[in-house]
Design a protein around this ligand. Sequence first.
Ligand code: FAD
Length: 296
Amino acid sequence: MSIQLTGHILSQRELADHTYCLRVHAPELARVITPGQFFMIRPADGNDPLLGRPFAIYDVIRNDAGEPTAIEFVYHTIGKLTDLMSSWSGGEQVALWGPLGNGFPLPDCEHLLCVGGGIGYTPFPAVLREALGHAKFGSPVRGDGGSTIDRATFCYGARNAAQRADLEGLDQLSNLDIEIATDDGSQGHHGFVTDLVRELLRKTGSDRPDAVYCCGPEPMMRAVASLCAEHSVDCWLSLETPMACGFGACFSCVTKVKTDDGWDYRRTCVEGPIFKATDLDLESVDSRGTVSCSPA
Ligand SMILES: Cc1cc2nc3c(=O)[nH]c(=O)nc-3n(C[C@H](O)[C@H](O)[C@H](O)COP(=O)(O)OP(=O)(O)OC[C@H]3O[C@@H](n4cnc5c(N)ncnc54)[C@H](O)[C@@H]3O)c2cc1C
């Protein structure tokens, strides 16, 4: 069930160049969310911008008694709302609508690989903490609240070291390997994050991931989906399709899926944003996540 409410901004911190983490007091929402879901966010006052923008859940903050009290979002400043958001420092009010979308399934595998490209990394700290048994999400709590996998790898690609966000203690988790790639070689592997994925999928035994969750630029997701198909590994993609309403009314975020009869549209906001890669017609998705199609 989605709720619309006004949340109080508690704090904001910078994680990398043009990348910020916003903490919003919203206990009603914090207790029900699932990693991979998202919220529509807009300023509580005024009409500029008029429409909310979608942001994935980064983390849930708990009080000393372990009760969820706040939600964190990590965003990259790219336009009107995100520029405005970066000016907030605490005390402002923000309109939230959510949680929306399906979220990532609890992994049913031994070795989970999460692949984040650029700001697409934001859902994965929560996904990994939950899968490795370090955090619980949802009401009722998903799974039994314990570890659902034996090990995980997180491949994170950024343009350069300055744009690579601080992972805030994720590297301290046991059974998690983190591999970094930067386009300019300023940190980690010099090249695309997909190079790391290719190497991992070529491995054998428990070193080879047997499920992949991925979010990032469309060309990266297409490449990861293709590598997974080549190696017969299940792959889920989280689409970042621009959307206007977030609850399925406007159909501005449709993506093409394969069906028995050929293809059909699905709304990314309600039937996604997470889709099994083999269900998608990835060739029809352009670099902004928008489906290229002629009006019927
Ligand atoms: C499910 C989902 C989850 C998401 N999660 C996150 C997340 O966790 N973190 C995150 O940072 N982002 C996330 N996004 C993307 C995020 O929603 C967008 O970055 C956000 O909508 C940008 O809003 P804005 O008002 O700042 O930018 P806008 O002002 O709407 O601009 C968006 C883009 O359009 C371009 N643009 C704007 N106006 C024009 C114009 N007149 N001509 C040409 N180009 C123009 C801008 O340069 C920019 O590239 C997610 C998206 C989805 C669908």
